[in-house]
Design a protein around this ligand. Structure first.
Ligand SMILES: Cc1cc2nc3c(=O)[nH]c(=O)nc-3n(C[C@H](O)[C@H](O)[C@H](O)COP(=O)(O)OP(=O)(O)OC[C@H]3O[C@@H](n4cnc5c(N)ncnc54)[C@H](O)[C@@H]3O)c2cc1C
Length: 559
């Protein structure tokens, strides 16, 4: 098979009959899922590029792992070769059926288990499309780290079989880094399964890792368990024009220092012209360049200015080039002088004007100390909130004691660190700093029950971190004095060991009701928070649906 653009590549015609096998397969998977008609088979025989055309004896579409195993056994008994196919987007003809083989299409294996938000993992059928997996993860407030342009057709099984990388490979790695378990059918119909997803499972051979990238040669993957990552809603994209590949590679190497770098894509003038012509776009720069680099950064909170600051330092460092945000946004040419000649910069793509406007808006509404959105932003957000939504009131336990014991610098450090954890809350929540050590998290479209496990994860996350004090921030004269003073109020905030401070939070949750005033929901969340504190802190209390203010569900600290 050739990969050159030399027209269709025909496969050898099948030399044996398949009627008896087709009958057996119909009994196994149902008559509508065995295709023998040439017109019906044709789309399965031609790959996405149209350059590779195979020849299938028939197409069979099993609907479960058991059916896949039965189909494989039938083919095994008949001595017929098999070709496995997912979304048929592989681009290199790997899923085009060779020499009259039985084409096993897995597009009916689209089962989805509920997302395990504690483990941040999910198990899905091999035939589920990447797009459907992404939607499933995002509905649970999480994100799947692999993305590529064929997302609407490429299947999870195909992604695993080809160890696909995609556009965010720099940040999250390829499929090999996402897979935590697999189920597969071997060539004789044996089913192997390792779907536990336990991160520290070190028993026996790591069969999933062996099957990743095996392209259907070792087994048919039927189910996959993958890890998920926190959502990164804040995004900035820069398009940089450079003199050539060397300069682009230099920039990529340096760009790895950018906060939250998720993607770096290199392209050339011919590619740019093709896209411009197709989409009828104007030139992004006033002068042509030798190469273009698209960089994307993403993070849990909108920190565009921090990003630009880092970018500016980076670009000045690497080649003395001049990065001017304003000039770029206004489409002006920023000609920098470097050893490599005149370079041109612009910020485009998602950053464009809209991001800048959003960013200026968030500056005005952002809490300077923690970078979280401020009370003003909270007031705006909640006033536009429509039922259903949930509100979580969060307080740092014994914060006054921390301030009194270790001083305000340490207090600020604690606030920033807790805020950074709150910013990465899962479940679609947005965190706000609404007072000194008081925070609120808004969950649009959710009820108390739905957000509880996300908040419990957050509470445990904060509890499990011991924050390291910077030098000179422990103001106590007697090393044991502060420990007594802080721990004296309870067990939850303590100096764990020299230089480390454990911090916990208490949380109260309330949910909206169809006609209840927003103020009432906030009041209920505050009341639930008060109850959480009264019950010993480092816990979550939920305002009752039935009897206002009464708590019905709570979490208890792990220590
Ligand atoms: C527009 C476009 C953009 C792309 N971008 C990228 C990219 O950025 N990065 C990248 O890595 N790839 C990219 N690809 C190619 C990518 O590898 C495939 O899109 C995807 O991984 C294949 O999935 P699929 O379900 O279509 O598999 P298929 O094309 O159906 O199969 C691919 C191979 O895997 C085998 N296979 C399929 N399913 C199974 C299974 N369940 N068990 C065992 N073997 C199986 C097949 O036999 C075949 O050998 C792109 C493709 C397109 C069309």
């Amino acid at each position: 098979m050739t990969t050159e653009n030399a027209g269709p590549v025909p496969f050898r015609q099948a030399a044996w009959g398949t009627a008896a096998l087709a009958d057996r397969l119909r009994k196994l998977v149902g008559p509508t899922h065995v295709l023998v008609d040439a017109d019906l088979i044709a789309p399965y025989e031609t790959d996405w590029t149209g350059r590779f055309i195979g020849m299938a004896a028939c197409v069979v579409r099993p609907g479960s792992t058991d059916e896949v195993a039965a189909v494989v056994r039938a083919c095994h008994d008949a001595g017929l070769p098999m070709t496995v196919q997912g979304g048929n987007t592989g681009l290199v003809g790997g899923a085009a059926p060779a020499s009259g083989s039985v084409l096993i299409s897995l597009t009916r294996l689209i089962g989805r288990e509920p997302v395990d938000v504690i483990e941040a993992q999910v198990t899905v059928g091999a035939g589920l499309t990447l797009e459907a997996l992404q939607r499933h993860a995002s509905a649970a407030g999480l994100h799947f780290g692999v993305d590529l342009a064929a997302r609407s057709a490429a299947t999870v099984g195909g992604l695993v079989a080809t160890n696909a990388g995609g556009v965010n490979v720099l940040r999250f790695g390829s499929m090999r880094q996402q897979v935590t378990g697999l189920e597969a059918v071997l060539a004789d119909g044996t089913v192997i399964s390792r779907l536990g997803g336990l991160a520290k499972d070190n028993t026996g051979y790591d069969l999933p890792q062996l099957l990743i990238g095996s392209e259907g040669t070792l087994a048919i993957i039927t189910r996959v368990r993958v890890r998920l990552v926190p959502q990164l809603p804040a995004r900035a994209v820069a398009l940089v024009a450079l003199p050539g590949t060397g300069a682009a590679l230099e920039l990529v190497a340096a760009a790895r220092a950018l906060p939250g770098l998720t993607a770096a894509e290199l392209f050339y003038p011919a590619g740019l012209e093709l896209v411009r012509e197709y989409a009828q776009l104007s030139a992004p720069f006033t002068a042509p360049a030798g190469a273009y680099l698209l960089l994307e950064c993403a993070g849990p909170v909108d920190d565009l200015l921090g990003l630009l600051e880092a970018s500016e330092t980076l670009l000045l460092e690497i080649s003395g080039m001049f990065w001017s945000l304003l000039a770029a946004c206004l489409g002006l040419e920023a000609g920098g002088v470097s050893g490599q000649g005149t370079l041109y910069f612009a910020v485009s793509g998602l950053i464009l004007a809209s991001s800048i406007v959003e960013s200026s808006y968030s500056l005005a509404y952002r809490d300077e100390l923690t970078s979280l959105h401020s009370r003003r932003a909270f007031n705006d957000a909640i006033s536009g909130m429509k039922h259903p939504y949930a509100v979580a009131a969060v307080d740092i336990d014994h914060f006054k004691s921390i301030n009194d014991t270790y001083g305000h610098d340490t207090g600020d450090q604690v606030l920033r660190l807790v805020a950074s954890r709150l910013a990465s809350v899962t479940g679609g929540g947005n965190a706000y700093r609404v007072g000194g050590e008081e925070f609120t998290i808004l969950f649009p479209g959710r009820n108390s029950e739905e957000v509880f496990q996300h908040l419990e994860l957050l509470r445990m996350n904060i509890e499990s971190c011991s924050f390291r004090l910077r030098r000179g921030e422990d103001r106590r004269k007697n090393p044991r004095e502060g420990e007594r003073r802080v721990a004296g109020r309870g067990q939850t905030t303590k100096r764990a060991n020299s230089g480390a401070l454990s911090v916990t939070v208490s949380i109260g949750i309330a949910e909206s009701r169809p006609r209840a005033a927003i103020e009432r929901v906030i009041e209920l969340a505050d009341k639930a928070l008060y109850n959480a504190k009264q019950s010993g802190r480092n816990r979550i209390e939920v305002a009752s649906r039935e009897r206002k203010g009464r708590t019905t569900q709570n979490s208890t600290p792990t220590s």
